[in-house]
Design a protein around this ligand. Sequence first.
Ligand SMILES: [Zn+2]
Length: 309
Amino acid sequence: MNESPAMRFIALSALRTLYQVCTVAYGIGLLLLGFWSRFLSHQSQVIVLGYHSVGNTRLHISMPVADFDRQMRWLQRRSTPVLTIEQLINFITLRHPLSQDSVLVTFDDGFRDNLTQALPILRRCNLAAVFFVPTFHVGDYYTWDGNRGSRQHRILSWDDVRSLAAQGQQIGSHGVTHARFSDISPRDVEWELRESAAAIEGRLGQRPTGIAYPYGDMGEAEKTANSAKRLGYQVGFTVVPRPLLGGQPTFEIPRYMVDRFSGRDPFTTFVLYLTCLFGTFRWYESLGTAAKRSAHYLFAVVDDAGGRN
Ligand SMILES: [Zn+2]
């Protein structure tokens, strides 16, 4: 009797069974993670969502209108509380408890389509958002990020910004020039913070309480936070993707940038963000991919060894 084919058959069958057991265990684990993060986590949290452009453009930071509409309707249908910036501040600093997990909707860069495309959807769903504008670029075009001289994507004018504010939306600072704070000195960071607040106050008659750091980059975090506080800001937003809990540092507010999908389906990604699964899910997904690769490698080795006999 030739032992090799029999041994190979047994080894492959054992591996296959193990693989199937692991796949089932992985699926059950995924369900349990979802259950844990939805039902067993007692503390309410806020998911801060970050958008840029909303439009059917080819811009990599554009959320298609239909997708944005679907996402806002999802929030409305589930009666998810959508906070104002003041409510968010009270939640972090005064630890005002929230009745349930809540959301803050934000937009960076002040694309004009925020007024023409996003606002009608927000109004239809009765939602308010915060629009962070880089004040030097107001009334101009999206000319940073290697788009110097481009006249393709318009930025809100001051009339547009006033119109947003008049319709119950909130306006925050996104700096003056959209410079990355790590690339400039703390003095220049302070200038960006001061001048953008002054420009907004001059045009709207109201000082902004929030700043979204361009690229989510605080530069020297402590100095930036101190300058911002001194200049009357109360909150600063990064792009660190995790939920916000009460009592966290007010100038390092985490935010999920919804328009950066890395190849995922926009709606699935959105729901994952909002069910607070994303961080855990991403980690779990990588674990699954690594395990699958190892299993395939093992199959190939056993098969190859058998083939050589
Ligand atoms: Zn920006």
